[in-house]
Design a protein around this ligand. Structure first.
Ligand SMILES: Nc1ncnc2c1ncn2[C@@H]1O[C@H](COP(=O)(O)OP(=O)(O)O)[C@@H](O)[C@H]1O
Ligand SMILES: [Mg+2]
Length: 346
């Protein structure tokens, strides 16, 4: 890129107490006066994404994800606070910010249907002033990478949803952005197309360490698979932030383990109950083995617990730590779908 080199100590993406209030939909009258009802889509959001990261912003529908992305991508002004890309204020340095960023939204119907895929990408390369030779090579490379070389000369209107979204990703990357915003990039895609998009995002990130991605999704496995750090947004406020492992661990009150023992041995659980650090010990009988579920006060209690089982003559076949999934962590933070509906969400 021809833009000045990025400074590594400045976050690639930063929000400082960002607020956004909308006039409620349908609240507009013909005379131009508003009905007065407002929706607070973002209520003081602060976050920071380091260069080189794939950062996931997780939240249910209506949480405020798209609003935040629109602010970062200069499409919408914040009502308060500040949003920065590479230290540049998105409202004051619009042109410079736009040179560094690109965005792909899920389910977007953008594109000029009568052009071919290649023509469409070429046109975007021209918008960004990418030299012809570079553009041609890059377009071929991108199309091959997302598995749509064969569709290069197809008209855009004839593409399947999955192929269209792969093209949208190529379109975003044709200007070689440093900061990429992906707003639910795989929504509505089939398994294969979703995987193609995710795989390519990962590959693209690995090819240049200056690159940064902010991804929104409500698919927890997608965030778990792609993101280093995540933040959970609910009703316009961040309710948790950290690595995916932090989020899972942080919500787990006790360290949970599952053991399998070679015989039916309910007596072992009686022995374990009341031992130091053992919160819960439950057995379940299977055909030829006993499954023992343990909740311990802390992880380190597993060693003495296993030792005492051994001393008592138990034959332990397997032992594994049970980690909560990101989905479970998410539900505990923002409630489940039914609760969201009861609150009047959608
Ligand atoms: N243009 C708009 N006018 C009025 N309200 C809006 C507008 N866009 C979004 N909202 C509201 O702002 C809140 C956040 O929306 P959005 O940022 O799209 O959430 P998400 O992307 O997480 O689903 C929702 O309550 C939504 O209804
Ligand atoms: Mg959205």
């Amino acid at each position: 890129m021809s833009s000045p080199p990025s400074q590594d100590n400045i976050p690639a993406i930063q929000a400082i107490n960002v607020k956004r209030v909308y006039q409620a939909r349908g609240g507009r009258s013909i005379g131009g006066t508003k009905a007065g009802k407002t929706v607070t889509a973002l209520d003081g959001v602060s976050l920071s994404v380091a260069r080189g990261e794939i950062f996931g912003l997780l939240g249910r529908n209506g949480a405020g994800k798209t609003t935040l992305i629109k602010i970062f991508t200069t499409l919408l002004a914040p009502s308060g606070g500040q949003a920065l890309i590479d230290g540049m204020d998105v409202t004051r340095e619009v042109v410079k910010v736009r040179q560094r960023i690109a965005m792909v939204s899920g389910g977007e119907q953008s594109g000029y249907g009568i052009l071919t895929v290649r023509e469409q990408l070429w046109m975007f390369a021209q918008f960004y002033g990418v030299p012809s030779k570079v553009a041609h090579a890059r377009i071929d490379e991108l199309l091959a990478a997302v598995g749509m070389s064969e569709q290069a000369n197809q008209k855009v209107y004839a593409l399947s949803t999955g192929m269209r979204q792969r093209m949208n990703l190529c379109r975003a990357l044709v200007s070689d952005p440093e900061v990429l915003f992906l707003d639910e990039p795989t929504v509505g895609l089939d398994v294969e197309a979703s995987r193609a998009v995710r795989d390519y995002v990962r590959l693209w990130m690995s090819q240049d360490l200056r690159r940064t991605v902010l991804l929104t999704t409500h698919y927890m496995f997608e965030a778990d698979e792609l993101c280093n750090h995540v933040a959970v947004i609910n009703h316009g406020q961040l309710v948790a932030e950290g690595t995916t492992a932090d989020l899972k661990r942080g919500l787990q009150e006790h360290a949970r383990f599952q053991l399998e023992m070679a015989e039916w041995a309910p007596a072992f659980t009686d022995m374990l109950r009341g031992r130091d650090g053992v919160v819960e010990a439950l057995t379940e009988q299977h055909a030829d083995r006993t499954q023992l579920r343990l909740a311990l006060l802390r992880e380190e209690f597993i060693m003495p617990t296993v030792a005492s089982l051994n001393d008592a003559g138990a034959r332990i076949l397997t032992l594994r730590r049970i980690e909560p999934t990101l989905e479970e962590a998410f539900v505990r933070l923002v409630g489940d779908e039914a609760e969201a509906e009861a609150e009047g969400g959608h």
